[in-house]
Design a protein around this ligand. Structure first.
Ligand SMILES: Cc1cc2nc3c(=O)[nH]c(=O)nc-3n(C[C@H](O)[C@H](O)[C@H](O)COP(=O)(O)OP(=O)(O)OC[C@H]3O[C@@H](n4cnc5c(N)ncnc54)[C@H](O)[C@@H]3O)c2cc1C
Length: 490
């Protein structure tokens, strides 16, 4: 008689949960009987691209990550619009919003996060939304048909991307931010000011250093009142002030939870049959809010579930890139220099509108901010990741001085100087070598490289580097650079 397969249930059909299924399909095809519950009505989609859907760069239908037929082909039972509502760890059973009871041998929590709505009076009124899901982006589209003015609360990445989308939809977009400059968690003051000037040129309006105390209006939002007594009229209010991991399910079941579900280096939660991955997981005290770390986690968990062992998950160095057309912003580490970092390089070019600052601490490059031209991002990220000494900046492609000779543009020279092992697309973990291989194999455009390797499929921040590599490859200028900066020097 055939042996019964272990039953694996995944709670959450978002970006991390799906990536786990994809990795598992590679690592241990057919090993488990798999069921997936997702509380949203549609299969997993590329949440990152919601910003581009709003801004008109990508169609709503283009963001689905895998069609239902893929799940069927993999033998995965996919139940959308059905949330897991309670767990019985001792019985290894769960209950769903549809009243179903299901059992599992192993359970993966991949419930992600929800938008945080601060306790502001009136925040539950009609016309107040967050920016997290396809439903939120549909609500913004709908509101833009009848509304004239939107107020976005939060001048971070998400708030600015939402405001840019609302501008594109024809609304007057006002951004309310409680700090003195935009993206103050990722940028320093100068980069924040440059960004603000460009966004103002595009039509956005800003209300900085303002604390919202109330959403005004009877029944429906009609504006905001601030702590200093001033007011702003608005037909639509969008909160983009942060996220909260979805951990109620885990907490109620008795799993160890702090900000998120605590996991070890193999993504195991405090119960031996339960794992967590993605934004709902907390690893070594950190709950990440970007996809690159979540994809690393999914890979480690897939190997664990496949019984294949391998490298543990040891944490990630997150970085940020803004997805607003015509603006390049990159930041890694504490680029605002809130700690004891010292600035080792800083340059502003008023003609090209570019700004660059690199920081170090204890003899290691720890942070960087780029505005106007983010093509050095991959090289700088590599240095921060390695904890390279600042002296390596001079010899690395991240020096900002990649020689533009032999008919190459500075950006092409930068791309050419990157070591082959450098990760160009962080979201999908695509190295320069893989892109060059795709180009050598016949991919003649960035779109073809994207289809072939996945590079630039998510946030799109690496697109300029991918394009430069395609041009280099076509011109026969993509020489192999096997080592890192240190190896190049030796
Ligand atoms: C507009 C926007 C732009 C972004 N841009 C970037 C970017 O440029 N770069 C970047 O790296 N990251 C970006 N992010 C963040 C990125 O999208 C998230 O880090 C990623 O989606 C998290 O994946 P996840 O699977 O952990 O969570 P999610 O993608 O949120 O998926 C979790 C899923 O589980 C479901 N769920 C919750 N509870 C239950 C339950 N009890 N039962 C069943 N299902 C449940 C949720 O409804 C959801 O569908 C962006 C996010 C947004 C909203």
């Amino acid at each position: 008689m055939a042996e019964r397969k272990e039953r694996l249930v995944v709670a959450g059909n978002g970006m991390a949960g799906l990536r786990l299924l994809e990795e598992l399909a590679k690592a241990a095809p057919g090993r488990y009987e798999i069921a997936v519950y997702g509380s949203e009505p549609v299969p997993a989609y590329n949440r990152i691209l919601l910003s581009k859907v709003l801004q008109g760069g990508v169609g709503r239908e283009e963001i689905e990550l895998k069609a239902r037929s893929w799940y069927e082909e993999q033998g995965i039972e996919l139940r959308t619009g059905e949330a897991v509502v309670s767990l019985d760890l001792a019985a290894r059973e769960l209950r769903t919003s549809a009243g179903r009871t299901d059992r599992y041998d192993r359970l993966v929590l991949a419930t992600g996060s929800s938008a945080f709505i601060p306790p502001v009076s009136g925040a539950d009124k009609k016309g107040v939304i967050a920016f997290r899901s396809l439903a939120d982006s549909d609500a913004m589209l709908e509101a833009s048909r009848s509304g004239r003015r939107a107020a976005v609360i939060g001048g971070g990445l998400l708030g600015l991307e939402a405001a840019r989308g609302l501008l594109h939809l024809g609304m007057e977009a006002h951004v309310v931010h409680n700090a003195a400059y935009l993206m103050n968690r990722q940028l320093d003051r100068q980069a924040g000011r440059l960004l603000q000037a460009e966004l103002e040129r595009q039509g956005m309006r800003f209300h900085l250093a303002r604390d919202t105390s109330e959403v005004t209006g009877i029944g429906r939002a009609s504006g905001l009142r601030f702590r200093d007594g001033s007011r702003l009229k608005a037909d639509l209010i969008v909160f983009a002030v942060g996220i909260r991991p979805n951990v109620e399910l885990a907490r109620a079941a008795g799993l160890a939870v702090r900000r998120a579900v605590e996991v070890d280096d193999r993504m195991r939660a405090s119960d031996p049959s339960v794992y967590a991955v993605g934004e709902c997981a907390e690893h070594r005290g950190i709950a990440y809010g970007l996809v690159a770390p979540l994809y690393d986690q999914a890979k480690v968990l897939a190997r664990e579930l496949a019984g294949a062992g391998g490298e543990p998950y040891e944490g990630s160095i997150p970085y940020s890139q803004l997805k607003v057309a015509g603006i390049e912003v990159f930041s890694v580490g504490d680029a605002a220099g809130h700690g004891e970092e010292e600035t080792v390089q800083q340059a502003y070019d008023g003609l090209s509108g570019t700004y660059r600052r690199v920081l170090a601490r204890d003899g290691k490059v720890t942070a960087a901010v780029l505005y106007g031209d983010a093509s050095e991002g991959p090289a700088l990220l590599e240095l921060v990741r390695r904890g390279a000494p600042p002296e390596e900046l001079a010899a690395s492609p991240a020096s900002g001085k990649a020689e533009a000779g032999g008919g190459l543009s500075p950006r092409e020279a930068m791309a050419a100087a990157l070591p082959d092992s450098a990760t160009v697309c962080e979201c999908n973990a695509v190295a320069k070598a893989a892109i060059l291989e795709a180009v050598a194999g016949g991919c003649g455009t960035a779109e073809e490289v994207r289809a072939c390797t996945g590079a630039s499929r998510s946030c799109g921040g690496c697109r300029p580097v991918v394009e430069a590599l395609v041009r280099l490859g076509a011109a026969g200028g993509a020489q192999a650079r096997p080592g890192g900066a240190a190896a190049d020097e030796a």
